[in-house]
Structures are given as structure tokens and as C-alpha cells.
Design a protein around this ligand. Structure first.
Ligand code: FMN
Length: 327
């Protein structure tokens, strides 16, 4: 009997394939399809602070005493704005016997903590923090940006007891140092990496526009490298995201040291049945290689304890070799 179970943070997964946060994890109907195809866990579509409805009676511009809005409007939204999302969490929890991970994305610091408390109370098994903060000013140094993330993690960890992960973009100058700081502030899992919409230019209207395309397979190389580098340097769970199209990428991420692997674009491209296909192919691969327990391969190809030396040597020589081949 093949055992595909994996542990991610303190969550016991029946397999390491997680449906990433997207429209595919937004409704109970969609979750049912993912569940029927054997998904190991789901990260619900993020709740964005900006989506909070503002009570019209509390519009600060129309209010003679704007400070009333400041107090009541803020308090009202804070306590009731998340109600539908919390209901989704509770219903998903009651319906599916897999971990339900809630995801939040806030713009102002104090909302993170309150939302996290409400999600824990609704029964979420864990919270994924979807933090998005671009350094767009020359006056904003890297440590300032990193401090925003560190403070959010620290505050959320002080507010809840369930595991908390953070989903990062790729743009940090020293990912291992930053991740170590997140760990010191109590983070339980790191998702590498998020994938954002792009900024584009319309050359007919001379205006900026937003561009979005589903990921492509080659994009998995970047998180693969970072998971291999980080795996033996951190204790928290590493979860891969971006570019997973089939069972090969899942296995590569596990060998590099991931505790779980997230999928989003491929579910849109192929439908939720792709999860069942991936799981079947993983089982076939395990049989071919006489592996009974999938977790036994975790981190087999992560960088060795002398991670810094080996990683530097490997990356530099590999780069020189490959480029020479092409040239
Ligand atoms: C249509 C769509 C909506 C998404 N919405 C969210 C979201 O609300 N929160 C989030 O953290 N990531 C969101 N993502 C990003 C995915 O969770 C994932 O990290 C990213 O797409 C990379 O994985 P992939 O290559 O499997 O698509 C979304 C992705 C897609 C395709």
C-alpha cells in the first residue's frame, strides 16, 4: 500500500498536492471538485482588505463629523466585513476532511491581526499571509520593506495559535536571511513564490495596463532552486508554488525539500481532474522506484549542510558550464 501522506507545518496531509489560492478555491462547489479529485489541502481564495464594503451611511465625505466614520465605520467593517469569508471557512471545514487554509491580503497593519483571529475562530486549520509590498521609492530601503513583513508575521503569530505561513514574491536580496528572520518571528511555513499580475503599456492609447497570463512550466525552476537552498537551513515548512504542470514538478520539489506543492494555473488550464492525474502518476513513479512512503524522498536533493559553499559552487560552475555549451 503506497503512502503519499506528508506533513506541512503541523498539518497532516493525505498527499502533498495543495490547491493554491485562486478562483478555483473560492466557492464550496469548486472545493468539492478539488476534493473529489483527491487534493491534499486547499488554500482558499484570498480575502482582500480592499474588498470590504464601506457602509454608505458612514461615508466620511458626507459625514459632518468624519471622525465618527473613523471610529464606527472602521469598527463596523472590522467586525462584520469578513463574515461571508468566515462562513466559507466554517462550511468548508464541516464538509471536507482535509486542511482548510485561509488566505488574507491586507494593506494596513492592524487588520491582519483581527482578521487572523476571526479566521481561527471560524475553524481555519492555518492562515496563509499573502503579503504584497513593492519597493517603488528610492527612499525605501530593503530592511524597511522586510520589516513590514516581519512585523505582520510577529503580530499575527501573537494573535492566533494555528499555524501561519507567508507567501512571498521573488524580489528579496537575500532570501535565506529574510526567511530566517521570518522564522525567528514565529512563521510556520513559507510559500515560494507568489506570482503577480504584470504592468504593461498600451502603445496605442499611451496608457499603462495590467497584464495577466497563466504560468508556464519553465517558471518552476526559480522556486526549485530556492527550496533546495533553503531546505536544510530552516525548520519551517516550505511549500512550492509556480509552474507546476504535472507530477514531475511535484516530485522535483519534494526531492528539493518542499513539504507540499501548490497548483493554480494548471487547474484552470486542464480542470480539477489534473489533480487525480498527478496523484496517479506519482503512484506509478513510486512503484517504478520501489518507494512505499513518499515522505521518504523529502529533501534528498536539497543542498548539503554546508549550504552556502555548495550552493555557491554549484550555481557558479553550473552557470559557466551551461553558458559555455550554448556559446
Ligand atoms: C486566476 C488566479 C487567481 C489568483 N488569486 C490569488 C489569490 O487570491 N491569492 C493568492 O495568494 N494567490 C493567488 N493566485 C496565485 C496562485 O495562488 C499561485 O501562487 C500562482 O498562480 C503560481 O502558481 P501556478 O503556476 O500554479 O499558477 C492566483 C492565481 C490565479 C491564476
Amino acid at each position: 500500500m503506497l503512502d503519499l501522506s506528508y506533513k506541512y507545518m503541523n498539518l497532516q496531509l493525505k498527499n502533498p498536492v495543495i490547491a493554491a489560492s485562486s478562483g478555483q478555491t473560492k466557492t464550496l462547489d469548486n472545493l468539492q471538485k478539488l476534493y473529489d479529485n483527491g487534493v491534499g489541502a486547499v488554500v482558499l481564495k484570498s480575502f482582500f482588505e480592499e474588498s470590504l464594503p464601506k457602509s454608505p451611511k458612514m461615508n466620511p465625505e458626507e459625514n459632518y463629523h468624519p471622525e465618527i466614520y473613523e471610529y464606527f465605520g472602521y469598527e463596523h467593517d472590522k467586525y462584520f466585513g469578513l463574515k461571508d469569508y468566515c462562513e466559507l471557512v466554517s462550511k468548508a471545514k464541516a464538509k471536507f476532511d482535509i486542511p482548510i487554509i485561509a488566505s488574507i491580503n491586507c494593506t494596513s497593519a492592524d487588520w491582519w491581526f483581527n482578521f487572523a483571529e476571526q479566521l481561527e475562530a471560524s475553524g481555519a486549520d492555518a492562515i496563509e499571509l499573502n503579503v504584497f509590498n513593492y519597493a517603488s521609492s528610492k527612499n525605501f530601503a530593503s530592511p524597511n520593506i522586510e520589516k513590514i513583513y516581519l512585523d505582520i508575521v510577529k503580530g499575527v503569530k501573537n494573535s492566533v495559535k494555528i499555524p501561519v505561513s507567508i507567501k512571498l514574491g521573488q524580489n528579496f536580496s537575500s532570501i535565506p536571511h529574510f526567511v530566517s528572520g521570518l522564522e525567528q518571528n514565529g512563521i510556520n511555513g513559507i510559500v515560494l513564490f507568489n506570482r503577480f499580475t504584470d504592468l504593461d503599456i498600451d502603445i496605442e492609447t499611451f496608457k499603462f495596463k495590467t497584464s495577466f497570463e497563466f504560468s508556464e512550466k519553465h517558471e518552476f525552476f526559480v522556486p526549485l532552486r530556492w527550496i533546495a537552498i533553503l531546505a536544510r537551513q530552516v525548520k519551517c515548512g516550505l511549500c512550492a508554488s509556480t509552474g507546476v504542470k504535472g507530477y514531475e514538478e511535484v516530485i522535483k520539489f519534494l526531492l528539493a525539500g518542499a513539504s507540499a506543492v501548490q497548483l493554480a494555473s494548471v487547474i484552470y488550464q486542464k480542470s480539477p481532474t489534473v489533480i487525480g492525474e498527478i496523484l496517479n502518476n506519482i503512484e506509478e513513479w513510486m512503484k517504478r522506484h520501489n518507494i512505499d512512503k513518499l515522505e521518504s524522498i523529502k529533501g534528498k536533493l536539497s543542498f548539503s549542510p554546508d549550504a552556502e559553499g555548495v550552493a555557491n559552487y554549484y550555481m557558479r560552475s553550473q552557470f559557466m558550464e551551461k553558458i559555455a555549451e550554448v556559446e
